[in-house]
Design a protein around this ligand. Structure first.
Ligand SMILES: Cc1cc2nc3c(=O)[nH]c(=O)nc-3n(C[C@H](O)[C@H](O)[C@H](O)COP(=O)(O)OP(=O)(O)OC[C@H]3O[C@@H](n4cnc5c(N)ncnc54)[C@H](O)[C@@H]3O)c2cc1C
Length: 687
């Protein structure tokens, strides 16, 4: 007999299983409900949930501290119809419009995002979200100017750079680029080949592109508007030995690329246009080639390593690897911004899809009115977990921004590594999720979702590259897995765990013992909706994946070496990274529910949080079943409860999307307007 089998052919339990079921019934924290009781009755407790949602209160709780700042952005663009991006626009016109939008916002609208990059990142990211929702190209153009170009100058440079460049970057007098990626090297930044050789005779660096593979590629602001670029290049210093030079690794340099007055490309620099893209055509991406371009020594961004007049290298960090890590560590703000903005995009898409689905009616019972398409279980299944995920990501990214801001203030080493992994993981997980959801939302709106005016096309195309730039998602998730393995090793060597990882201490121990056969059978609603059960399940999965990944890596390293072993376990490691990030997201959501001061708002959030948790568990039910962490009836109960919670969330879906508080001109899609959507739409077509 198969010992894992719990029921006979006719479906009746084996005696041992029945004993355990009975026992678990006694121990269950909720009343034990027999599986034969229909779901509607089992779920009576759910129906007792207070479904009154006060949109205003929920919105105030969600909105955070910086709504006024975002409103200033919306007001500015509302007052400037000539700056609105039309649906049909050529690449060149879009680029010019985008520059006018940025200049207008900064110089006329008085919105100055640059100082917030350093003094209050939360404000900066809130601005980025609002500006990106007006036109995503504008959000990215602003990110290139302030976060990438400006951020690299201030974070990697020292006082002399701040004094010279800050004001002109702030006012966009110095539009600039961030030139890291090359034709042959994107993700592998340590493989960059552009060189910056120190010439002690003239006290200059000479920047060169040694081969076509080293041409800087995809550089935002380079094709048309940029006057400067932060160029990442290998620092080459002369030595007095037989080799003649030493490669000090990748460093960053400020290189002027166009004349300040004439805007002509400067001598030794060749600029080409990367051309028309799938999306983000308001951003002028270009390619840069350098041929003996001379820049003064002080243009080295010298916070982590400096070169003296006589060509001596000094650094407070002992190795090339440490300097490289410190340099890249200063650039994680870009990832935080993308994760945050991606949630903003998801909010827009979910709002459009849900408002439309509530309004749209197709079919119905015989001789009765047609029903809203959101009354179909399949439609609820498509959109309600997505709505729940949007809420979950909202709180997770707020947490990320808080941690990032704290890190910028304290420079605490532990926090730096924590934020590095957290930003990599959340950026990868959220942008991948949003990219898939944009297609699902389009499809959920049928043919009308395909009209460009309803926004899904531009949102999807513009957002798609979020999965790749600022770190490819597959590469970033590996950084999360690597960090977990490092923590795991430290744990077994008696070290301390980073704050975000703390839970592993407890759950690893739980994992090392067998799943509890009693709790594996609890299926009462109170138990399934208990945050402890949900979080334990998420964390159990992560701990298990971590433990087995460590064992597999150790085994394969003996024969394949560390690179080969990593590759042999790569899919496993990516699942581990995702699983950990999901645990963090759920933990932050649960905390946000518990913190909520208003009881009815808290009840609404709890409902959405339960849907998020149970749907994720159900999606991965095979993992839990394989190790008997959940018995078959418990799995079934989770499925039914997930469907029911989707139904309950559907009943308050309008309030839940309204609480995102997106102004109409942000959702903009006629099919999503709050009142009389069809007439907005027919008017747009010209009736
Ligand atoms: C619109 C746009 C704007 C950009 N703006 C800028 C800019 O302003 N400045 C700048 O410097 N760069 C910019 N970039 C470049 C961007 O940062 C890179 O494209 C990105 O880092 C990915 O590098 P890559 O294109 O070389 O991809 P690759 O690294 O070649 O990746 C290709 C594929 O291989 C997979 N892969 C790679 N390595 C691994 C691995 N170790 N394990 C498993 N799979 C792997 C990836 O998952 C991916 O699917 C921009 C790109 C675009 C498209």
């Amino acid at each position: 007999m198969d010992h894992n089998q719990t029921t006979g052919a006719a479906g009746e339990s084996y005696p041992s299983t029945r004993r355990i079921q009975r026992l678990s019934g006694h121990l269950s924290p909720s009343e034990h409900i027999h599986p034969s009781i229909p779901p509607q009755l089992r779920l009576q407790a759910c129906a007792r949930v207070n479904l009154e949602v006060d949109t205003e209160k929920l919105s105030v709780y969600m909105r955070g501290k910086h709504r006024e700042l975002q409103d200033k952005v919306y007001e500015y663009f509302n007052s400037k119809p000539e700056l609105k991006t039309p649906l049909e626009i050529s690449k060149d016109d879009h680029r010019e419009l985008c520059m006018r939008q940025l200049l207008g916002l900064v110089r006329e609208g008085g919105i100055r995002p640059f100082c917030h990059v350093f003094d209050d990142p939360g404000k900066y990211f809130a601005l980025l979200e609002a500006i990106g929702s007006v036109d995503m190209s504008l959000g990215i153009k602003m990110g290139v100017q302030y976060s990438l170009w400006g951020g690299s100058v201030i974070n990697l440079g020292t006082k002399r750079h701040r004094d010279k460049y800050f004001d002109a970057i702030d006012s966009v007098e110095y539009p600039g680029c961030f030139a890291m990626t090359e034709l042959h090297h994107g993700s592998n930044v340590q493989g960059l080949q552009t060189v910056a050789k120190f010439d002690p005779l003239t006290d200059e660096f000479v920047i060169d592109t040694p081969n076509d593979g080293a041409i800087k590629w995809w550089i935002g602001n380079a094709a048309v508007h940029g006057k400067f670029a932060t160029v990442f290049a290998r620092l080459i210093l002369p030595t007095h030995d037989a080799r003649g030079t030493t490669d000090m690794g990748v460093h960053a340099f400020i290189v002027p690329i166009r004349d300040m007055k004439t805007h002509q490309t400067l001598p030794g620099i060749e600029i080409q246009d990367c051309g028309h893209k799938i999306g983000l055509n308001g951003v002028d991406n270009g390619a840069l080639r350098f041929c003996s371009v001379r820049i003064p020594r002080e243009n080295l961004l010298n916070r982590f390593g400096d070169v003296s007049r006589d060509g001596k290298y000094t650094s407070s960090l002992p190795t090339i690897n440490k300097r490289f890590a410190a340099t890249l560590g200063e650039l994680v703000g870009g990832r935080v911004g993308l994760a945050y903005s991606s949630v903003g995009v998801l909010k827009i898409a979910v709002t459009v899809a849900i408002r439309y689905s509530l309004l749209r009616q197709q079919f119905g019972p015989p001789k009765q009115p047609e029903v809203s398409i959101l009354d179909y279980q399949s439609h609820q299944h498509k959109l309600m977990p997505m709505l729940a995920s949007t809420y979950a990501f909202h709180f997770a990214t707020l947490h990320l921004v808080e941690k990032y801001s704290e890190m910028k203030k304290t420079h605490d080493d532990q926090l730096v590594s924590d934020v590095h992994a957290l930003s990599a993981g959340l950026k990868a997980y959220i942008t991948s999720y949003t990219a898939k959801s944009l297609s699902a939302c389009r499809e959920a709106c049928g043919g009308h979702g395909y009209a460009a005016v309803n926004r899904f096309g531009s949102l999807r195309n513009d957002h798609d590259i979020f999965q790749t730039f600022e770190g490819d998602n597959t590469v970033l998730l590996q950084q999360v897995a690597a960090d977990l393995l490092k923590q795991y090793k430290e744990k077994f060597q008696g070290g301390t765990l980073a704050v975000t990882w703390n839970y592993l201490r407890e759950s690893m121990n739980t994992y090392l013992s067998q799943p509890n056969p009693v709790t594996a059978r609890w299926e009462g609603e109170d138990h399934l909706r208990d945050p402890k059960f949900q979080l334990d399940a998420f964390r159990y999965r992560t701990s298990r994946l971590l433990q087995s990944a460590a064992v597999r890596l150790r085994k394969h390293t003996k024969t394949l070496g560390s690179f080969g072993a990593w590759n042999r376990c790569l899919n496993h490691l990516l699942t581990l990274g995702e699983s950990h990030i999901e645990s963090v997201i759920l933990a932050k959501f649960i905390e946000a529910v518990q913190r909520c001061p208003d009881p009815s708002t808290q009840a609404a959030l709890k409902l959405v949080c339960d849907l998020y948790a149970l749907e994720r568990i159900w999606k991965d039910i095979g993992t839990y079943r394989n190790v008997d962490y959940m018995a078959p009836n418990k799995a079934k109960a989770i499925h039914k409860l997930t469907e029911y919670l989707s139904f309950l969330v559907r009943n308050v879906a309008r309030e839940l999307v309204d609480a995102f508080d997106l102004p109409d001109h942000v959702t903009r899609a006629p099919i999503a307007m709050k009142s009389d959507a069809y007439s907005h739409y027919t008017q747009y077509v010209g009736f």
